[in-house]
Design a protein around this ligand. Sequence first.
Ligand code: SR1
Ligand code: MG
Length: 408
Amino acid sequence: MSKFDKYFLMDIDDVIAYTLEKTQDKVDWDKDTMEALVPKEHGNLNYVYRVWDDKGHSIYIKQAGLETRISPDMTASLDRNKLESEIMLLEEKMAPGMVPHIYFYDTVMSACGMEDCSDHLVMRNAMQEHKTYDQFADDISTFLVNTLLMTSDVVMDHKEKRKLVKNFTSPDLCDITEKLVLMEPYNDINKRNNIYEPNRAFIEKELYNDEALKLEVAKLKFKFMTDYQALTHGDLHTGSIFIKDGSTKVFDSEFGTFMPMGYDIGNVVANMIFAYDNGLAHGKDEFCEWVLQAIEDVIDLFIKKYNVKFDEEVTEPMAKVPGFKEWYLDGILKDTAGYAGTELHRRTVGMANVTDVTRIEDEKKRLLAERINIIAGKDYIMHQDAFKDGKAFKEAVVKAHEEALKTL
Ligand code: SR1
Ligand code: MG
């Protein structure tokens, strides 16, 4: 009998005992010097601990709680930890070196042991220190092409894919996305949007009262619910990326499910715009230039690598028909624009905001940031067909910045 034979939410001492129990056959822990702490950064749903000893051993332990951290009345099934672990193990195979290794996962405690990445920064924090990373666009575009194209019907055996569609779906987490991303930012139907009061009238006019916008978002919501294009990460924001010079690692794949590829790519674009907002508020011109270039490069490198990988890996005979590759890419880019837009909006007015924006103290600068997000988001959503390359995605940010300034 072990204390860990039945689920309960662990505290720091439990986590140390748990780590020993789960890993001592593989790791020669120095029990006397073992310590654990909650890293400074944590997400909205789970409990993360770093455990280490003085001999140089270390691990992250992540446990799912019954309630989400962000909102005690919002629950999500405990099997999300298994789903996340399995998706990360699969992603690691497709994008080696770009995903922290999962050492084990445990369906009883709803916990997993993950490679310690504390020599990296969580990218959202790095962005707020206005750090730049030469490898980022190259790395993340590789992650995107490898994980998305390889799990699409273009490459993956269709029967195998259908099995994965069945396995890799967390109804609770999909429900969160359907509500928090693809509905509430446009109607606050559940009265839980976080609105920056000085921006309320602008938000009401531009988001809640724009029926043409809502129609496009409704289409994006239904696409999310019905188009099982590829196995996505599902929440690919800068808080789901560890980064340091020369290394980028994507984690936290619990929202992973089969849906349009553009959801992940659009999330990367939107979250780089939040980094831009923060750089702007702090007068970091060079950083902002880097961010804009990164947005352009992520898209252009995705397109370049997609074209190569498509030719190398395509297995579906009908996908080899001339013109299909281009048509499929067009759809991915269109979705990228649409979901970049919804991510921009939901992080600005929805329940789960981003510190890149909320930590801007000056009212005028915060308003500028929020309005850039709202205007760029609307441009992406309303003109999804116009975004065919990195330059177009980048220029939308510059244009939104100019337009937002005029509203102040
Ligand atoms: C209730 S969870 C709120 C948000 O945090 C996660 O990281 C996802 O982005 C989700 O939408
Ligand atoms: Mg997360």
